[in-house]
Design a protein around this ligand. Structure first.
Ligand code: SF4
Ligand code: SF4
Ligand code: SF4
Length: 320
């Protein structure tokens, strides 16, 4: 924490950045909130731990007009998945690499608060601490400590790129990516179902959707000026959470982020209805990896799979 704060202070006082986007402690135990730091004094509020769940790259796509004002030089604190979103957005020409200072932090996974409250049988948590390996929660007349690994988000359990793939500065020492050989076990189980069973599973999952669009709004890859669901002329889908329209929303959104989803899990964590959005996201990511040899946001030299064409690439989905 100290190194992060000192690094940000130096960047601001030396005029290398005008603003740094990071996280500070939230108002609830186990929560953090994104913060915009524009003076060295404010840098003392910066934190990084398992409560830092937001993918901060979203500010570069959703707030790009605001951030582009005055030609500001911007720094951003990133986990592995956030950095992959930045790389994607740079390759899509949404961010100028020269104008962003990327500060990597070592990630051990971010909390799934539902798993945490499950551990304490839903009792009210009044205090939360994280030492990087274990979390401790306290409430009225109880205190419990458990391994961080047991309460991280599902997206983090299978994540093999926990540290920034692209960075200017790194707090600590960045680890090499691991193997993704066993990263898609849940997707492989889903693939064993026949098409009717797969459809039924997805329909059952998405039937709870209330079309609040929180999943879209937190996603750094979702940044069309006008989303197809908000268009009235033509109107692509109905506005009510009727299952046919809901399925269309999710299928089209999945196609729009095909080869662009970094599997950060921000959409799933934002969903108020606990819908397992990652399954379909990760199914598409696996398809893109297997068909095109492309893993989203892992190299500035790689175009997103859907924006690239190689003569020798697998075309059986067209020919067959
Ligand atoms: S997906 Fe990976 S990089 Fe992102 S928060 Fe989880 S463990 Fe960290
Ligand atoms: S679709 Fe979800 S998991 Fe994929 S990049 Fe967007 S927020 Fe992250
Ligand atoms: S956040 Fe959840 S409920 Fe809201 S639109 Fe997305 S899937 Fe539906």
């Amino acid at each position: 924490m100290k190194e992060l704060r000192e690094t940000v202070k130096s960047l601001l006082t030396e005029g290398k950045v005008d603003l740094v986007i990071g996280w500070e402690k939230g108002t609830m135990p186990g929560a953090s909130t994104p913060v915009f730091i524009d003076t060295a004094e404010k840098a003392d509020s910066l934190i990084f731990d398992s409560t830092c769940r937001n993918n901060l790259s979203v500010y570069f796509t959703k707030d790009r007009r605001e951030l582009a004002k005055d030609d500001k030089k911007i720094g951003v604190v990133v986990k592995g998945c956030d950095s992959r979103s930045l790389v994607l957005n740079i390759t899509e020409k949404q961010i100028d690499r020269e104008k962003v200072t990327i500060i990597g932090v070592p990630c051990n996974g971010v909390l799934d608060m539902k798993k945490v409250t499950g551990k304490v049988d839903g009792k009210e948590i009044l205090e939360f601490t994280d030492d990087g390996e274990r979390v401790t929660v306290k409430g009225r007349e109880f205190e419990q400590t458990f391994p961080l690994d047991e309460v991280i988000s599902d997206s983090c359990v299978t994540c093999v790129r926990r540290d920034a793939v692209e960075h200017d500065l790194f707090i600590g020492e960045a680890r090499e990516p691991g193997s993704d050989e066993n990263a898609y076990v849940e997707v492989e189980e889903f693939e064993k179902l026949d098409s009717g069973e797969r459809w039924a599973r997805m329909e059952q999952e998405y039937s709870a959707c209330i079309r609040c669009y929180a999943c879209r709004n937190v996603c750094p890859s979702c940044y069309c000026n006008v989303c197809f669901v908000d268009q009235n002329d033509p109107q692509w889908i109905g506005k009510s959470p009727e299952i046919t329209d809901t399925m269309i929303f999710h299928i089209i959104r999945n196609l729009h982020v095909a080869g662009r989803c970094v599997e950060c899990g921000a959409c799933e964590r934002a969903c108020p209805m606990d819908i397992k959005l990652l399954l379909l996201n990760r199914k598409v990511a696996k398809e893109v990896r297997d068909r095109f040899g492309s893993v989203t946001g892992t190299g500035l030299e790689n175009k997103p799979a859907m924006a690239d064409f190689k003569e020798d690439e697998n075309q059986d989905f067209i020919m067959g």
